[in-house]
Design a protein around this ligand. Structure first.
Ligand code: PEP
Length: 255
């Protein structure tokens, strides 16, 4: 079945409100008067969300967040809730990015609670999974991804194909310039789809998008996006330039 590509930019801790406003307007201007059938999304830092929502006004580009609290509201200093993100104009939330797992000790259980909170709020969730290099070298990549994904899926039920997106991001490929080969990506995406199928059934699993993330650039996007089970990209570095992000979207449109 044909799934709609999702091309998602993760700006990480880059682009405050002023820069985010200029960059989102530049991205939108590259597609002015041109429509696209993929979905395209930027996830800026929290403080820049409203700038990006405004910058994208009148375009088909969407806005997401890079993280969220697993709590609703109250005494959780420094946290941001799903309701706040909805109020700010977000449609998507990334959870479980490897940088959150590594630097902020987010474990599979916390990521799973966050994923459930996002889905319950009506927002769409991008659940990141992926192995570190030593796991891949030791032949444990599938086991790691299986544990990460199944812990999150255990919190989720029903036909959530509109609300759940998985991002496979081999940690050794994030921000390193190293990319998984198209075959490596396809092999893991196929495995992820089999896990989705075990949990949700084949019909729902076939509708869920699985993004590849890890040094995706205009130069390698076509071969990755052409893989059967690669339904888009989660793009860090290359989303910080309007031209390269836009070129990746154009490649998705051409496939
Ligand atoms: C990411 O931040 O999710 C990512 C894939 O980064 P990069 O494209 O820079 O490797």
């Amino acid at each position: 079945m044909k799934r709609t590509f999702l091309i998602a930019g993760n700006w990480k801790m880059n682009a405050g409100p002023t820069e985010a406003s200029a960059l989102s307007k530049e991205i939108a201007s590259l597609w002015k008067d041109k429509s696209f059938s993929s979905e395209a999304l930027i996830c800026p830092p929290f403080v820049s969300i409203s700038s990006v929502v405004s910058g994208f006004e009148g375009s088909d580009f969407k806005t997401g967040a890079q993280n969220v609290s697993n709590e609703d509201n109250g005494a959780f200093t420094g946290e941001i809730s799903t309701e706040m993100l909805k109020d700010s104009g977000c449609e998507y939330v990334i959870v479980g990015h490897s940088e959150r797992r590594e630097y902020y000790n987010e474990d599979d259980e916390l990521v799973a609670l966050k994923a459930k909170k996002v889905v319950d709020s009506g927002l769409k969730v991008i659940i990141c999974v992926g192995e570190i290099l030593s796991d891949r070298k030791a032949g444990r990549a599938e086991k790691v991804v299986k544990d990460q994904l199944n812990t999150a899926l255990n919190q989720l039920d029903g036909d959530l194909s509109d609300q759940v997106v998985i991002a496979y991001e081999p940690v050794w490929a994030i921000g390193t310039g190293e990319t998984a080969t198209p075959d490596q990506a396809q092999e893991m995406h196929k495995f992820i789809r089999s896990l989705l199928s075990n949990h949700f059934g084949t019909e729902v699993a076939e509708k869920i998008r699985i993004l590849y993330g890890g040094s995706m650039k205009p130069d390698n996007a076509e071969e990755l996006l052409s893989q059967k089970d690669v339904d888009g990209g989660l793009i860090g570095g290359a989303s910080l330039k309007a031209d390269s992000f836009s070129r990746i979207l154009a490649i998705a449109e051409s496939i």
